[in-house]
Design a binder for this molecule. Structure first.
Ligand code: ADP
Ligand code: MG
Length: 170
């Protein structure tokens, strides 16, 4: 993918959301999450990356499926975070310990050009530049925001792009 970013509705902010799942019906969970994002007030899903499969980082458990979607939203960043957590909880997300396997993880990677540091929310996501499973899908949608040296820095991580390009609709 790549190319020109889709135009933005009035009053909306372009944001990129990282999606991950490594428990249960992973692809279905990600697909449902995209539908839930599209149903949020004042929010549209503009584009979705390919689906990726990656080994857990700093944790055990099954492989993850990951993707990134680009949204346009009129929600402010904290309202968006709260909405993402509601979607995660609806997918049966539990948090027994740090980096535990999860049915659904939704992270705000970038919110326009904003830099946010509150107790609840850090944007750009503080660990995104360490993670191939974020940078590769994000680079499909927003190549200008992923410097080549950042991609080189994660090149050794185990990750594969899945073939099913229609995963969102399929
Ligand atoms: P992680 O995604 O880091 O494995 P969680 O999904 O359990 O862990 O999130 C832990 C906390 O991270 C959330 O309660 C949320 O307040 C905080 N957080 C900080 N910045 C962000 C962000 N950019 N996107 C999502 N959550 C964030
Ligand atoms: Mg998270």
């Amino acid at each position: 993918m790549g190319g020109t970013e889709p135009s933005l509705p009035d009053g909306a902010t372009r944001a990129w959301i990282g999606l991950g799942a490594n428990l249960g019906e992973r692809a279905a969970a990600l697909r449902q999450a995209v539908q839930a994002l599209a149903a949020l007030p004042g929010t549209q899903v503009l584009r979705a990356s390919s689906l990726y499969r990656s080994a857990p980082v700093d944790a055990g458990g099954p492989d993850y499926l990951n993707a990134v979607v680009e949204i346009a939203t009129r929600l402010d960043a904290h309202a968006l975070l709260a909405a993402l957590q509601t979607i995660e909880n609806g997918a049966g997300r539990e948090r027994p310990y740090r980096n535990a396997p999860r049915t659904l993880d939704l992270d705000i990677l970038l919110y326009g050009d904003e830099r946010i540091a509150t107790p609840q929310l850090a944007v750009p996501h503080p660990r995104m530049f360490e993670r191939a499973f974020v940078l590769l899908p994000l680079a499909e949608l927003a190549p200008a925001r992923v410097p080549p040296e950042a991609l080189r820095a994660v090149a050794a991580q185990a990750i594969a792009r899945c073939q099913d390009s229609g995963w969102v609709k399929g």
